[in-house]
Design a protein around this ligand. Sequence first.
Ligand code: FES
Length: 93
Amino acid sequence: MPSITIVGADTVFTLSPGSKLTELEPQQNTLPFGCCSAACGTCAIEVVAGMEHLNSKSEEENDVLDNLGENGPNRRLACQCQVTGDVTLLPLG
Ligand code: FES
């Protein structure tokens, strides 16, 4: 089971492999989500560790991150991330 560590949160969360990070919201509301469709940018995160355990960025996600001035090799929209292994995240919002 992938472990999800959110910098600043007191708890390490677990998700089933292939789950989306949006599934964390009902558990603790630790990541800020808005549209959940790669449009608003509310959920921008820095991936501190474990980028290799996330799906690839879509063109749509890259466009939103570009518009936010937050695109880079370790930046993602949490609402677009599926996890296959352990990751550590820092919310940017
Ligand atoms: S919640 Fe709107 S882009 Fe992720």
